[in-house]
Structure formats: C-alpha cells, structure tokens
Design a protein around this ligand. Structure first.
Ligand SMILES: NC(=O)c1ccc[n+]([C@@H]2O[C@H](COP(=O)([O-])OP(=O)(O)OC[C@H]3O[C@@H](n4cnc5c(N)ncnc54)[C@H](OP(=O)(O)O)[C@@H]3O)[C@@H](O)[C@H]2O)c1
Ligand SMILES: *[C@@H]1O[C@H](CO)[C@@H](O)[C@H](O)[C@H]1NC(C)=O
Ligand SMILES: *[C@@H]1O[C@H](CO)[C@@H](O)[C@H](O)[C@H]1NC(C)=O
Ligand SMILES: *[C@@H]1O[C@H](CO)[C@@H](O)[C@H](O)[C@H]1NC(C)=O
Ligand SMILES: *[C@@H]1O[C@H](CO)[C@@H](O)[C@H](O)[C@H]1NC(C)=O
Length: 321
C-alpha cells in the first residue's frame, strides 16, 4: 500500500521554472477557488495524492483552513509542497480603500492568511488584483493615487518577504501600467498570474514578450478557457482540434489544452475535484506534439480573451467576472 502510494506520488512530478530570485516553482498547480473548506480539503488531499507539488489558494477563497488541514494531514513534507496564496488588492477589502490603510491592511491580511493556513511560511504570495479603481480606469497609473496605492501595498509585500514569511512575492491580473508604478521598488514582482489559455495565441496583448523582457514569470489561470463560470469551455473539452490531437496521442482534449499552455513555458493553475482528472492534469510531459499540431494550436483563435481583464481594454462580459 505504502509502495503504491509512493509510486502514485512520483508518477508525474511537474518540472519547475526558476523565478528571478532563484526559487523553483512547479509548472502545474492545483487551484481551490469556489471550493468551500471541506471541498478544498478534499481537492487538495486528492491533488497531493495525485502527485501535485503545488497548491494555489487565496485569502478571498474563504477556505484556507481546509487547504491548511489537507497540507498538514497529507504526510507530504512541507518543503515538498509549493504553496501559493493571494491577498486582496487595495479597495477589494473595504478596509483598504484608503492609501495608508492599504499597506496596513495588506500587512494584516498577510499575517491572517498564514495563520488560517496554519503555516509558518508560504512559497509565494501574490496581490490578487490591481487597486479596485483600475477596473474602471483600465489602468493603474491614469488616475491620481493609483500608483501610490500599488506602491503602498507592495511595501507590505516586500516586508513580508524580507521577514522570510514568503519565499517569493508577486501579483495577479496586473498589466504594464501597474508594473510601471513599481519601477523603483527594491524587490521586483517575481510572478504575475493572469488568464491565459488555448485560443489566445502565443503572445496575446504582447503579454508574454513583455513579461519575458522584464523577467517576471507569467503564470496562467483559466487555462481551460472559461473566465465567466470557471468551468472548462466546451471549445476546449469537445472542440475538434483538441479532441483530434488528443486522440492521436491517447490523451484527453483537456490534456492537450493544458500541455499547450505549459509548452509555452508558462506554468498553469487548474483545479479539479476529481482524482482521475488531477492525475491527467499532471501527465503532460511523457508525450509531444508534432510540429503541425503545435502550429495548429499556436494559431487557434477560440476561445479568445485577454490576459489581464483587470486593467486592459476588454469586452464588457469580462468586466463582470
Ligand atoms: N488570480 C485570479 O484572479 C484567479 C482567477 C481564477 C482562477 N484562479 C486560480 O486558478 C484555478 C483554476 O480555476 P480556473 O477558473 O482557471 O479553472 P480551469 O482550470 O480553467 O477549469 C477548471 C475546471 O476544469 C475541469 N477539469 C480539470 N481537469 C480536468 C480534466 N482532466 N478533464 C476534464 N475536466 C477537467 C474541472 O472540473 P472537474 O472538477 O469536474 O474535474 C473544473 O471545473 C482556481 O481554482 C484558482 O486557484 C485565479
Ligand atoms: C461544501 O461544498 C460541497 C460540494 O459542493 C457541498 O456538498 C457541501 O454541502 C458544502 N458544505 C458546506 C458546509 O457548505
Ligand atoms: C497545524 O499544523 C500542525 C503541523 O505543523 C499540526 O500539528 C496541527 O494539527 C495543525 N492544526 C490544524 C488545526 O490543522
Ligand atoms: C479537425 O482537426 C484536424 C486537426 O487536428 C483537422 O485535420 C480536421 O480537418 C479538422 N476537422 C474539422 C471538421 O474541422
Ligand atoms: C490509453 O490511455 C489509457 C489511460 O489513459 C490506458 O489505459 C490505455 O492503455 C492507453 N491505450 C493505449 C493504446 O496506449
């Protein structure tokens, strides 16, 4: 039994990328959004059993105790699990609308999150969104105070990092105007977690090239294409391209879509409540696309979308997320 468990655990360990501070981050993470504490406990338990080495969660998901309990009870050594979490952007938490309060509020949220997760450190913590006003102005620096909020919040992140409570710090749903605010920061964001999936092409809104040029590691969420209800999109699950390529390799359409994301060198966050799906989501490295398949996937244009709905020009439907 033990042998079997160890075998499953080692089955498809994901490769890693190296962040700008040298920390190794796995290419695939199991997410936990929209799971209550008990569902998060079950999903994280299943993910660790399937061999996931990385978990993605957020203070906002209100399930930190379930995530923490699954980690504590997993018997996987703490240092073998890469834990990523998020703290609310300025104004997302009503107590942080005011500039000064965003730094203080972020500091409090960082500590609160560690406590709820029952951990002494996390591997990566990211700011969940740009300041709330950026959702209206579509930019971090086109309104008075926007950049100041970004900077005030980032100071709390830097402090947490320097205290050794996070091995890496980053952001989510940021766009270049937000990074512009942090040009003179001592510690630069290491990661930006954004929507990215098949159908967006290899460099949507120049996001991929921008992040490469600035040495910020992009990380993809909504990798299965639906940013509205956060289920896998039918184009990806049952579309001809993913299904036919999957058939050629005895893999599922979802595996094709996930493999396409990681084949761009972009780590992926997905989620599942199903052990078999979780195992599939890690089986992305034992097989290869042909050059023709790669080309067809790279140029596929459905489902579309933009990487950072929080501060890019975008369609009205995306604003509603
Ligand atoms: N930073 C942000 O603002 C942000 C926003 C959204 C999400 N996220 C993170 O990203 C995570 C993923 O969420 P998402 O919206 O991006 O979802 P997603 O990964 O695009 O899709 C998840 C759905 O795919 C299905 N699925 C997963 N593996 C499958 C497989 N092998 N075969 C068939 N179906 C499969 C799951 O259903 P089953 O349970 O039935 O398998 C689940 O409903 C979240 O949990 C969260 O951690 C972050
Ligand atoms: C948590 O979510 C699961 C799955 O959706 C559901 O069955 C359960 O009733 C929920 N528990 C609570 C306490 O809401
Ligand atoms: C918190 O983690 C410790 C191990 O570090 C464990 O012994 C304890 O049971 C955990 N508490 C909860 C409530 O999960
Ligand atoms: C389905 O996709 C394959 C490529 O994987 C292509 O050869 C075929 O023509 C497509 N069929 C349709 C009906 O689009
Ligand atoms: C196809 O994959 C399944 C597991 O996903 C496996 O059971 C089956 O043996 C494979 N078939 C071939 C022909 O490799």
């Amino acid at each position: 039994m033990l042998q079997l468990a160890l075998f499953v655990l080692g089955a498809h360990a994901a490769p890693t990328v190296t962040l700008r501070n040298g920390v190794q981050m796995p290419m695939v993470a199991a997410g936990s959004w929209q799971y209550n504490s008990s569902a998060a406990y079950d999903s994280v338990t299943a993910a660790l059993k399937a061999g996931f080495t990385m978990i993605d969660t957020a203070l906002d998901y209100n399930n930190q105790d379930g995530v923490g309990r699954a980690i504590a009870e997993s018997q996987v050594p703490r240092e073998k699990i890469f834990v990523e979490t998020k703290v609310p952007g300025c104004g997302m938490d009503p107590s942080m609308l005011n500039l000064f309060k965003c730094q203080e509020g972020t500091k409090k949220n960082l500590e609160k999150d560690l406590q709820l997760l029952n951990l002494s450190y996390v591997d990566l913590v990211i700011v969940h969104f740009p300041p709330i006003a950026s959702m209206i102005t579509r930019s971090c620096n086109s309104w008075s105070g926007g950049c100041q909020m970004v900077r005030a919040q980032w100071k709390a992140m830097e402090e947490f990092y320097k205290e050794g409570k996070a091995r890496a710090i980053g952001v989510s749903n940021y766009c270049p105007s937000c990074f512009d605010c942090l040009k003179s920061a001592t510690i630069q964001p290491m990661v930006n977690q954004v929507q990215f999936h098949l159908g967006m092409g290899t460099d949507p809104n120049s996001f991929v090239s921008y992040h490469k040029a600035h040495n910020i590691q992009l990380q993809a969420y909504s990798v299965l294409g639906n940013s509205l209800d956060h289920h896998a999109s039918s184009e990806i699950v049952s579309g001809n391209l993913t299904v036919s390529i999957g058939k050629a390799h005895n893999k599922s359409s979802v595996q094709v879509a996930l493999k396409w994301v990681v084949s761009q060198g972009i780590p992926a966050v997905t989620k599942s409540s199903n052990l078999e799906h979780l195992q599939q989501d890690l089986d992305l490295w034992s097989w290869s696309f042909t050059a023709q398949e790669q080309q067809a996937l790279d140029t596929h244009s459905s489902p579309g979308g933009s990487p950072s709905f929080a501060c890019n020009s975008l369609s009205a439907s995306e604003v509603l997320v």
